[in-house]
Design a protein around this ligand. Structure first.
Ligand code: 9MG
Length: 285
């Protein structure tokens, strides 16, 4: 499986695990400066991640962490569009928009974004049709409940089977809306309505999602589960645990890894790739 995504003219090859660098444009993610400071800091951060070897950049204006409040569409546009415009001009990397709102999808693609990363799996009103009309690849992610409440006692009979079924249904819905299967990526949504045990089970059985016939994205970077396993309370101290988790995800078939720490992840993947190349001497370059 060596798919290629055409992201609004910028090509993302998924011949091997690729690194999606996180650019959160939320006031709390950068210095407590005003909007201008946030814009400058976000662009600078994106350029740093590009220099560290990111294969694409994921720009988001609404925090999706547990308990996060919703952001009005005008504010989400104000935060993300200028950053996407600047990054699209200053890097050749594909840029994804992390949003669930159709209006933000449209504006972001018009500004140069080439991939829609929707933690709601295009379930918001109008999202499927907007994504289909825009003609860019989409990431369909599983979430149980809503960010505000998803971590209150998440329950599953069989988390892998239920997440798998959800993603199969979203792929079907996307295809029915006119999104070609070759433009679809799926994601089990680590931390989105899952306990530590659920996340570990999903990671251990990540290969199951390869059965869906589309590339898999994994995002565990600096998440609570990593903190619980390592005892690292501060997010920025969870780099080593995050790199380990993403290496496991790569081993188990993930072709996109959504990370804060690009340089560390790129180094780990270089080691992985060298060994993987050994295993199959005919491996496509
Ligand atoms: C925006 N966002 C936060 N965590 C994420 C994850 O695990 N996957 C995707 N696709 N997006 C995420």
């Amino acid at each position: 499986l060596s798919p290629t995504l055409d992201c609004n003219g910028r090509v993302l090859k998924l011949d091997r695990p690729r690194v999606m660098g996180i650019v959160n444009v939320t006031p709390d993610s950068f210095s407590d400066g005003g909007a201008h400071d946030t814009l400058e800091a976000a662009v600078a951060h994106g350029l740093t991640l590009a220099a560290e070897g990111a294969d694409l950049l994921d720009v988001g204006g609404e925090s999706t962490r547990p308990g996060a409040a919703e952001v009005p569409v005008e504010e989400e546009l104000r935060r993300t569009i200028p950053v996407i415009e600047r990054l699209a001009r200053e890097t050749a990397l594909p840029i994804s928009i992390d949003t669930s709102k159709p209006e933000v999808m449209r504006a972001a693609v018009a500004a140069g974004a080439g991939l829609i990363n929707d933690v709601y799996g295009l379930r918001r009103e109008g999202a499927l049709d907007a994504a289909a009309a825009l003609g860019v690849p989409v990431v369909l992610m599983h979430m149980q409940g809503e960010p505000r409440s998803m971590q209150h006692e998440p329950q599953y009979e069989d988390v892998v089977a239920e997440v798998h079924r959800f993603l199969a249904e979203r792929i079907f819905a996307a295809e029915m809306a006119g999104i070609a299967k070759k433009r679809i990526v799926v994601d089990p949504g680590f931390g989105f309505g899952k306990t530590l045990q659920h996340n570990l089970t999903l990671l251990a059985q990540l290969e199951r999602f390869g059965e869906l016939g589309v590339p898999v994205l994994a995002g565990l970077s600096r998440k609570r589960s990593i903190g619980e396993l390592t005892g690292r309370e501060a997010a920025r101290e969870r780099v080593h645990g995050s790199v380990a988790a993403h290496l496991i995800a790569a081993q188990r078939g993930a072709r996109l890894l959504r990370v804060h720490d690009v340089a560390a992840t790129v180094d780990a993947l270089k080691v992985w790739e060298a060994v993987a190349a050994q295993a199959q001497p005919r491996r496509a370059a």
